[in-house]
Design a protein around this ligand. Structure first.
Ligand code: BES
Ligand code: ZN
Ligand code: ZN
Length: 487
């Protein structure tokens, strides 16, 4: 993994020199001597470089390579993160580089914050998932080992970077889990990986199939019963405020390690992406990892339901009726609408057994929300305006944006069943809202609850500055910004 170093010391001559320049600004940097400045200015004119964010000019000076990095106009934290991500790609074949952190005209961030955000962008933007290649050539791998950020007060910057470093680690962890194929990441393997995190001071409990049967997780088990990979539920606690009994927040994650659709089998095209139907769970686990690494002064409990949805002989049939942990009965009309079944039971379990009154669930839940919002926003459904606004604000700050979609009695009655308390399918329209109304039936009285539907944002197809192709780990950042604002 790429090493990030903050220093005010001498920089070795082999390091690529990186200097940031705002849009349409003059080239003035203490990092460049007169000869270098002249060289750079010439290259800037010749190439028509204007300083737009994510654009670069590269020159070879007498002391080695210099990269002029466009910062854009009055860059904010997110723009600097994106610049860091673009740099990770640009520096792919270099070994060591040094970014000279200098004041930026019109930018409200401190020098330390500029350094943090560029470093964070480098950390998440350099993520790759290449463990399964056996024939890739050496030159196809990155050579970049270290990026130095030259700052005036490295100790202080290093200390305050801890929050971002932890978050970068957690985003990468979520992506690793989500990119892992489902034949490797079974519910059992996922649970073992979660258990390992106890070294961070997290309190972790795993419920196996027998425990889930004893406790009567009827909906969750109905999803799992078509697979030979047994289900697990993991409960993870972070108590950053040990003197406070109550949890500030409960996080709930959908962890379907593979969603074939079950007997209501999905079409073949794109089914491979359903290995990522556990993104919600990965985000919850990674969020708790981030809090533990940050030693955040907040009490948070996470619960994830880990199951595989397969069409074996024992699988649930469309038309079956099951009894949930809450006692409410559900007619299962489509076995592909399985996420709500898993979430309903674990939400109920969390509220019944722990002192938690604010709940956020996160799930790759519906194609309907994906079609409505594409990859620009995740959908948020919420029974509490304050919670909703706080999450939307955290989404803007972290660039994991949320768009509020409606709940309401009109949608809720669409899931009434003729033979049971409810059915797991709404009508042909408003699939995101009817799914959310199903979940709302498992929210206990008085509790604040938000549901994040991340079906459209869990994957990056084309590759962006902060994420190559594959899993984005969407949710880790917005939840971390939200939880840190609470502490
Ligand atoms: N895991 C899917 C939702 C999904 C779709 C996630 C596309 C990511 C990309 C979920 O379990 C599902 O299949 N939902 C169905 C529900 C329907 C049968 C009511 C859907 O949205 O099509
Ligand atoms: Zn499904
Ligand atoms: Zn699913």
């Amino acid at each position: 993994m790429l090493e990030i170093v903050f220093t005010d010391g001498r920089i070795g001559s082999k390091a690529v020199k990186i200097v940031g320049v705002s849009e349409n600004a003059k080239i003035v940097s203490k990092a460049l001597n007169d000869d270098e400045t002249a060289l750079v200015k010439k290259a800037v004119v010749q190439s028509g470089f204007k300083g737009k964010n994510g654009t670069f000019v590269e020159v070879f000076g007498p002391n080695g390579k210099i990269i002029i990095a466009g910062l854009g106009d009055k860059p904010d934290a997110v723009a600097l993160q994106k610049l860091g991500g673009a740099l990770a790609k640009k520096l792919f074949k270099d070994a060591v580089a040094c970014y000279y952190v200098e004041e930026i005209k019109g930018c409200k961030l401190s020098l330390a914050e500029i350094a943090h955000n560029v470093a964070f962008g480098l950390t998440v933007g350099s993520y790759r998932f290449d463990k399964y290649f056996t024939k890739k050539k050496q030159e196809e791998y990155p050579s970049l080992e270290q990026v130095i950020l030259k700052v005036k007060n490295p100790e202080a910057v290093n200390e305050s970077y801890r929050r971002f470093a932890a978050l970068g680690n957690a985003v990468r962890y979520a992506r690793d889990l989500c990119n892992e194929p489902a034949n490797y990441l079974t519910p059992e393997v996922f649970a073992d990986d979660i258990q390992r995190l106890s070294y961070l001071g997290l309190d972790i409990e795993i419920l196996d199939k027998k425990a889930l049967q004893e406790k009567e997780f009827g909906m969750l088990l109905s999803v799992a019963q078509g697979s030979c990979n047994d289900p697990r539920v993991a409960i993870i606690q972070w108590r950053g405020k040990p003197d406070q009994v109550e949890f500030d927040c409960g996080l709930v994650g959908k962890g379907v390690t593979f969603d074939s659709g079950g007997i209501s089998l999905k079409p073949g095209t794109g089914m491979g992406d359903m290995k990522r139907d556990m993104t919600g769970a990965a985000v919850v686990v990674s969020s708790l990892k981030a809090l533990a690494l940050q030693k955040a002064p907040v009490n948070v409990i996470g619960i994830v339901g880990l199951v595989e949805n397969m069409p074996d002989a024992m699988a649930t049939r469309p038309g079956d009726v099951v009894t949930s942990l809450s006692g409410q009965t559900v007619e299962i009309l489509n076995t592909d609408a399985e996420g709500r079944l898993v979430l309903g039971d674990i939400m109920w379990y969390l509220q019944s057994n722990y002192n938690v009154h604010t709940l956020i669930d996160i799930a790759t839940l519906t194609g309907a929300t994906m079609r409505a919002l594409g990859n620009q926003y995740a959908g948020i459904f919420c029974n509490n305006d304050k919670l909703c606004n706080e999450l939307i604000k955290a989404g803007e700050a972290s660039d994991e944006k949320l768009w509020r979609l409606p709940l309401g009695e009109g949608y809720n009655k669409m899931i009434n069943s003729d033979i049971a308390d409810m059915k797991n399918l709404g009508g042909v329209n408003a699939g995101g809202s009817t799914a959310a109304c199903f979940l709302e039936r498992f929210v206990q009285k008085g509790n604040a609850w938000a549901h994040l539907d991340i079906a459209g944002v869990d994957t990056e197809d084309k590759g962006s500055p902060l994420c190559p192709k594959g899993s984005t780990g969407f949710g880790v950042r917005v939840l971390n910004y939200y939880l840190n604002a609470k502490s």
